[in-house]
Design a protein around this ligand. Structure first.
Ligand SMILES: C[S@@+](CC[C@H](N)C(=O)[O-])C[C@H]1O[C@@H](n2cnc3c(N)ncnc32)[C@H](O)[C@@H]1O
Length: 200
């Protein structure tokens, strides 16, 4: 059986049409964040990790950010690229393993956007994920993440507690906020937290 660390595992789901995580639109809490008067994000370079078909990267591009979506599944990147072209959206999409980004994009991004990528990786790789986000962000760069806090065992999606999120990130990031999401899609109601962290 293929492991979640293997791009083929994900590629097969896109090929078979069983990418059930795909909302067909950007994550509602990210849309709310960009429309919120409480938080002001200055535009800049955005990386969307495990971007799938690219809706979140296209959202940030629509709001004036210079967005690049990364995914290692070829079909996800091909479909995201086509969607951006059809919608005349300037987000870029690159087929990459996120764990190889630090060499190519050291201290490059103002923001990293996380939505259903952290829950898709093997939990053993979570420390590597934190390190990679830290490495591709500029000094004082920010991670904006929708974390899947469901309590069920196994995965993907691999759930996590808010306490564990803090434990993973707080050595490298100042936790600006970590709050429950109130406008999740119905199947994720009560199981998402929005995190806003800044590089220490
Ligand atoms: C659950 S899906 C979510 C996709 C997208 N964020 C969305 O919400 O539609 C997880 C995505 O992460 C990608 N992924 C998982 N591990 C990855 C890695 N090491 N490098 C790049 N992409 C990865 C998969 O190919 C898949 O598209």
């Amino acid at each position: 059986m293929l492991s979640v660390a293997n791009s083929e595992y994900w590629e097969q789901r896109y090929q078979e049409g069983t990418a059930r995580w795909d909302l067909g639109k950007a994550s509602p809490p990210l849309v709310s964040l960009l429309n919120s008067s409480d938080v002001t994000l200055k535009t800049g370079r955005v990386a969307v990790l495990g971007c799938g078909r690219g809706y979140d990267a296209m959202l940030f591009s629509d709001y004036g950010f210079n967005a690049i979506g990364f995914d290692f599944a070829p079909l996800a990147i091909a479909e995201a690229t086509t969607l951006a072209q059809v919608n005349q959206n300037s987000a870029q999409f690159l087929q990459r393993d996120i764990f190889n980004l630090a060499n190519e994009f050291p201290s490059y991004f103002d923001y990293v956007i996380e939505h259903t990528c952290f829950c898709a990786i093997d939990p053993e790789k979570r420390p590597d994920y934190v390190k990679l986000v830290r490495q591709i962000l500029q000094p004082e760069g920010e991670l904006i993440g929708i974390f899947f806090t469901h309590p069920r065992s196994g995965g993907p999606p691999f759930g996590i507690t808010t306490e564990a999120i803090k434990q993973y990130f707080e050595a490298d990031f100042e936790i600006l906020s970590l709050v429950p999401v109130t406008n999740s899609v119905p199947e994720r109601q009560g199981e998402e937290y929005l995190g806003h962290f800044r590089v220490r």
